[in-house]
Write a protein that binds this ligand. Structure first.
Ligand SMILES: Nc1ncnc2c1ncn2[C@@H]1O[C@H](COP(=O)(O)OP(=O)(O)OP(=O)(O)O)[C@@H](O)[C@H]1O
Ligand SMILES: [Mg+2]
Length: 252
């Protein structure tokens, strides 16, 4: 039996969700032997594959259109298992983890029933892994559209901008209001310059946000990003890696 824990990384655009998701995967793999991880890139503008340094062929968005057509064409087939097979076919398999890229959230037609089915399949899929790490789309859309269903831990990321704090607060509120079962919510401040920890904690408190973890500004991250080097390959001693390691220890 796998653990089936789902960890979603959410927050304002550009706060560092993708970098944190990649480092979480890296540190979960380092912390435990034989751990089985599913990485889900739920951002339409997929960046997680680059941060992990892996390539993929197709997204769920790419196959959705075909799925819809086939559904209309042949109602005698078991639609769900047919969908399951197609989704299994587009999962990129690495040595220690798998990657599923969601791609475009909506196409020109109405995909509501298909999206519903895809969500159900992903919910089932996550039970085959110890951890599913979801790199969410920026902002609040994915929650209101319910791309994510039951989530064990939601990491809400903010940075030193006021906008990111406001988004974090709204995410917290929305998570309570809608039908997504978020069991635990952890607020993380990312890209915090040296000496600014106290400032960011106090600034966030004004918005009823209790920052539980701080990831420092790490010059290696933009350097790797700019040169197309996967964030996954940061050295063990990088300050951002050390900070994420502490988060993983807490999660375990
Ligand atoms: N701890 C950090 N220190 C320094 N720079 C960072 C850190 N984390 C992320 N960055 C930089 O911040 C920018 C945004 O990071 P990232 O792409 O991970 O954010 P995101 O929230 O996934 O963005 P988007 O909403 O566009 O998907 C990138 O240029 C990245 O290099
Ligand atoms: Mg991103």
């Amino acid at each position: 039996m796998r653990k089936g824990k789902v960890i979603a990384v959410a927050g304002k655009g550009g706060t560092g969700k993708t970098a944190i998701a990649a480092l979480l995967i890296r540190e979960l793999l380092n912390a435990q032997e034989d751990v089985c991880i599913l990485a889900v890139d739920a951002d339409a503008d997929s960046n997680l594959p680059d941060a992990l340094g892996i390539s993929y062929d197709k997204t769920v968005g790419d196959i959705r259109e075909g799925l819809l057509e086939e559904k209309q064409r042949d109602v005698t087939l078991d639609i769900r298992s047919q969908f399951e097979g197609k989704i299994a076919g587009i999962i990129a398999e690495e040595e220690h983890y798998d990657l599923l890229v969601m791609g475009r959230p909506e196409g020109p037609g109405c995909y509501c029933p298909v999206n519903h089915l895809i969500r159900m399949i992903i919910d089932t899929l996550t039970k085959n892994y110890d951890y599913t790490i979801i790199d969410c789309e920026a902002g609040l859309e994915h929650l209101s559209r319910r791309t994510t269903r039951d989530v064990d831990v939601m990491l809400v990321v903010l940075d030193t901008t006021l906008k990111s704090m406001k988004t974090a607060l709204r995410l917290k509120e929305i998570a309570k209001e809608i039908d997504v079962d978020v069991k635990k919510l952890i607020t993380i401040a990312n890209k915090i310059p040296a000496g600014a920890d106290k400032m960011i904690v106090e600034a966030a408190q004004k918005y009823n946000l209790e920052i539980e973890r701080i990831i420092p500004f790490d010059p290696l991250i933009p350097e790797y990003d700019a040169n197309g080097i996967p964030i996954m390959d940061l050295p063990d001693s990088a300050p951002s890696v050390i900070a994420v390691r502490l988060i993983v220890e807490k999660l375990l």
